[in-house]
Write a protein that binds this ligand. Structure first.
Ligand SMILES: [Zn+2]
Length: 238
């Protein structure tokens, strides 16, 4: 294989390697996992806010019940005080007050039962909230770990890229301008591969077999002339 085509294929090899390294940075499994953890955390935060609003609602209803219970107890206490004070002597009045005390006691029991129902409703919500909080804490730890893992993998890949880039620049400096420009133009249009080797009767760029007439023509070209694949248009090194 004659120069500068040997060098061109080395540049192509390094460019392919660099493309793969850059792709690996984007597609790091740790980065994918990190995105999943962040999505899960966001969903969890929304679920927690929903449960919390239910808990807050129950707390509001419980506070209202407690205010009613307290008001009822206060009224009952006042009645009992008055009955004990001896200021009310009429039997009918005392009977009426006694009736009211009884009703207030019943009402208080009913309100306390309602409050118990609320507490029972709140129990599974508290359990759910505690579960969500535990999961959120585990996810936060996992996120920190993954951020560090992504950083470490990136540092390693960027170091490899720097080495390959230096090697690529050194090789590419030896290419004639016209060939380098043609290669870059093809590479940008053809998925990163601008130059390919002729392997047997096949182009290693598009993997298609070349017609024998074309192969004959190519073999008759002078050493310093490059061929072009009639199928994919890539620079074909024969
Ligand atoms: Zn081809």
């Amino acid at each position: 294989m004659a120069e500068p085509y040997d060098t061109l294929l080395q540049v192509q090899e390094l460019d392919t390697e660099l493309d793969q390294l850059r792709h690996r940075i984007e597609a790091l499994p740790e980065r994918v996992a990190l995105a999943e953890v962040r999505t899960r955390r966001a969903a969890l935060a929304a679920a927690m806010a929903e449960v919390q609003s239910q808990v807050d609602d129950l707390a509001g209803r419980q506070a209202a019940l407690e205010a009613q219970i307290a008001a009822s107890a206060k009224r009952r206490h006042e009645l009992e005080e008055r009955m004990r004070s001896g200021g009310v002597t009429a039997a009918r009045d005392l009977q009426a007050m006694d009736n009211e005390v009884g009703q207030l006691a019943e009402r208080q029991h009913a309100l306390e039962d309602d409050e118990l129902v609320l507490l029972e409703e709140e129990e599974p919500l508290d359990v759910a909230l505690a579960g969500h909080e535990a999961e959120a804490a585990a996810l936060a730890t996992e996120e920190v770990r993954l951020v560090a893992a992504v950083d470490a993998a990136e540092v390693e890949l960027r170091a490899a890229i720097a080495v390959s880039e230096a090697a690529r620049a050194e090789r590419a400096a030896g290419l004639p301008d016209e060939l380098a420009e043609r290669y870059e133009r093809l590479r940008s249009h053809l998925g990163g591969v601008g130059a390919a080797r002729l392997v047997g009767d096949r182009c290693d760029g598009c993997h298609l077999t070349l017609p024998s007439v074309e192969l004959e023509r190519m073999r008759s070209l002078p050493e310093d002339t490059f061929a072009t694949c009639p199928q994919c248009d890539r620079i074909l090194v024969h």
